[in-house]
Ligand binder design. Sequence first.
Ligand SMILES: Cc1cc2nc3c(=O)[nH]c(=O)nc-3n(C[C@H](O)[C@H](O)[C@H](O)COP(=O)(O)OP(=O)(O)OC[C@H]3O[C@@H](n4cnc5c(N)ncnc54)[C@H](O)[C@@H]3O)c2cc1C
Length: 422
Amino acid sequence: MKLNRRLFMGATAAAAASMAAPMVLAAGHGKPRVVVVGGGAGGATAARYIAKDSKGEIDVTLIEPTRMYYTCFFSNLYLGGFRDLASIGHSYGTLAAEYGINVVHDWAIGVDRDTKTVALAGGSSLPYDRLILSPGIDFVDGAVPGWDLSAQNKMPHAYKAGSQSELLKAQIMAMPQGGTFAMVAPPNPYRCPPGPYERVSMVAHLLKHVNPTAKILVADPKEAFSKQGLFEEGWNTHYSGMIERIGPDFGGGNVEVRPDTMELVIDGEVNKVDVCNVIPAMKAGRIVDAAAINDGNWAPVIAHTMQSKMDENIHVLGDSSAQGDMPKSGFSANSQAKVCANAVRGALTGSKVFPAKFSNTCWSLIDTDDGVKVGANYEATDKKIAKTDGSVSQTGEDAALRKTTYEESVGWYAGISADMFG
Ligand SMILES: Cc1cc2nc3c(=O)[nH]c(=O)nc-3n(C[C@H](O)[C@H](O)[C@H](O)COP(=O)(O)OP(=O)(O)OC[C@H]3O[C@@H](n4cnc5c(N)ncnc54)[C@H](O)[C@@H]3O)c2cc1C
């Protein structure tokens, strides 16, 4: 029977129950085949866990256009001068050589859900028994008037790391003394809730050393943001007088940019700026639309397995998924990938499936050794991934605790990189 959308959405609890007594779905064509689209925090982790734990019982193909994945996590630390670019770049060689994953450097451009095949930009197509989509984010067209991808060289987003991060850093270094760095912050929901504000901190840290009379201007459509009290305390302590944030009450949500003249218009007032970091509103990576498993900007999933609510043969991980309470972060994507890998293996080989549990911590660096964090644990319910408990750094903490928090983040970075790429 082919599941239609309504039937499958109503089958959430049944799907979860079926994970307890898994069915071997792939029969008649040799080993079951898993295709993973996107070799980032979600996709690389899922591919590695399925390959590692199935010990050759499942064929795993990973489709990823880039040869080198630059993590967005710690890309702000690169801007601040705490990391070099090479230290946040990772290749796929170990996944191919040691885990037997078929790494295909190409774009997935279409999904035929009837024939269960993925079409690649290079012209070929790949069959799957289970498809895992973890394509990260794309930007909502027209979200910031005056900005589109053709303007990203003049006004970088640097919200996909790599060349955009390098460009933004070069522009900051080339600012005239006393110049202005501007940021257009994104509306909710977006990847890495503290990311723009950690970036403000890291840019301030850099400017304090190379351009101490420079100013930072942030236009923000949100009333409030992640770890706001902690960031504002840190900005007062370390970067007093340098940062001005204009929230929605003062027109921070009513912006237009003019890349040719380097102008940022906030609520009708024209600001001439030297660097303009535009972070537009976000949506799921475009392949989610192509698969037609989106509901609006994101792809709804069943919390127990990360299966699409619209197609039981497709799982969606990380930023692209609409899953409930978890923030869109690398930690979350990695955590979801392990739940998904376990469910996929169970469904395809009959291996034991454990109840889904998730966790996340987002660390941010405000200045040298001044690290803060917010974290939580989550469980799968029939409605969503639901938060069970959480914790956050406090204002006024002593320097030793802040240093320990930063050091934790360095350990986490090494751990998640190894968990993704082997
Ligand atoms: C500045 C910044 C700082 C951040 N800091 C942190 C942090 O400290 N901690 C944290 O946990 N998270 C952080 N994040 C968030 C984190 O980077 C993302 O949430 C995480 O990478 C999401 O994982 P993902 O697998 O969904 O997407 P990604 O990791 O972005 O991976 C998506 C991959 O899919 C590929 N792809 C896209 N479309 C296709 C296609 N059609 N075919 C084939 N491949 C495709 C892309 O090339 C990409 O490699 C930060 C983000 C930013 C921008």
